[in-house]
Design a binder for this molecule. Structure first.
Ligand SMILES: O=P(O)(O)OC[C@H]1O[C@](O)(COP(=O)(O)O)[C@@H](O)[C@@H]1O
Ligand SMILES: [Mg+2]
Ligand SMILES: [Mg+2]
Length: 338
């Protein structure tokens, strides 16, 4: 036992030191996951800089291309994708990357790398041009195939329960990195003039209940009866509606203050809009580690077996009491549909 054991790390600890101390809790850990987390933090700092000055140097706006999802790519989508991939490739710990912006898997060439990363390099990209919070979401898996060759589909299509770490960066009024390695959730705030992330939100706990619901009610005409009834219930309760349109920002607020975020199936997106591997699962891991809950309405998000890297699924996520209530309404709908 070393002298750091059992001491909670104080607010103000740098992210680097925090990662190092956490690694010391596992004497046989090789440090590879720690290095990988540092690589992500480095890319986050670079992307943060690009975002902060995007209004000045003509990198906001449309890129003139469409990604695999058929959505317009923004320049910053492309830049963030390049920055994260480069950091992960140079870092050497990752063999294969799944990115929202790339239809095929990205083989980094690091065949000895033990990890797979799934990433939404820039989330909430419709908010870039208007100076509203945006984010990055990532999920880390250990490869199941032996090292020495490229990562396989079996490595990539693991259910969320196999995540070894997950996190997000929110580029907001301040920039924060929030992550878990399966042992609680911690948040770090970026100090740009020092170029460091500092522990600011230790051991984040999702409030058990809340009075905020977040969903895009513009699509309410095509909500299913269960979702419609649940939203009516939220209104009866006098809950507040809060919807930014950047998943990371909506999720982050509800994680700290209590609330539920919903992206239900709609006519336009019958399976929901959000992507299982690099939007739903990482946030599901974080919310569960903070004592909250994530579901597709029928089952735990992290137990869904992905069929394709870009699968979509409905998402009900946040404070446990609110997600349970939403599931009650959906259960009624499913029972009546039988
Ligand atoms: O406009 P809508 O349908 O409410 O969609 C908003 C959702 O779409 C997303 O922007 C999708 O993310 P990307 O920007 O990474 O494509 C989520 O962040 C957000 O919650
Ligand atoms: Mg996204
Ligand atoms: Mg994105």
């Amino acid at each position: 036992m070393n002298h750091h054991d059992k001491l909670a790390l104080p607010v103000g600890t740098t992210l680097d030191r925090f990662i190092m101390r956490k690694q010391e809790d596992f004497p046989y850990a090789t440090g590879e996951l720690s290095q990988l987390l540092r690589d992500i933090a480095l890319a986050a700092k670079i992307v943060n800089r690009e975002i902060n000055r995007s209004g000045l140097i003509d990198i906001a706006g449309a890129y003139g291309n469409r990604n695999v999802q058929g959505e317009d790519q923004q320049k910053l989508d492309v830049i963030a994708n390049i920055r994260f991939i480069r950091a992960l490739r140079n870092g050497g710990e990752v063999c294969t990357i799944i990115s929202e912006e790339d239809e095929e898997v990205i083989q980094t060439g690091n065949v000895q790398g033990k990890y797979i990363v799934a990433i939404d390099p820039l989330d909430g990209s419709s908010n870039i041009d208007v100076n509203v919070s945006i984010g990055t979401i990532f999920s880390i898996y250990r490869r199941v195939s032996p090292t020495g060759s490229e990562g396989t589909m079996a490595d990539c299509l693991q259910s969320g329960t196999h995540q070894v770490a997950a996190g997000y960066v929110i580029y907001g009024s301040s920039t924060m990195l929030v992550y878990t390695t399966g042992n609680g959730v911690n948040g770090f705030t970026y100090e740009p003039s020092l170029g460091e992330f500092f522990l600011s939100h230790p051991n984040i706990q999702s409030p058990k209940s809340g009075t905020v619901y977040s969903l895009n009610e513009g699509s309410s005409a095509s909500f299913s009866p269960g979702v419609t009834d649940y939203v009516a219930y939220c209104k009866e309760q006098g809950y507040s509606a809060r919807y930014i349109g950047s998943l990371v920002a909506d999720f982050h607020r509800n994680l700290l203050k209590g609330g539920i975020y919903i992206y239900p199936p709609t006519q336009k997106s019958p399976k929901g809009k959000l992507r299982l591997m690099y939007e739903c699962n990482p946030l599901a891991f974080i919310v569960e580690q903070a004592g909250g809950k994530a579901s597709n309405g029928r089952m735990r998000t992290m137990e869904i077996e992905p069929k394709d890297m870009h699968d979509r699924c409905p998402l009900f996520i946040g404070s446990v009491d609110l997600v349970n209530k939403a599931e009650e309404f959906l259960a009624k709908e499913f029972a009546e549909a039988k």
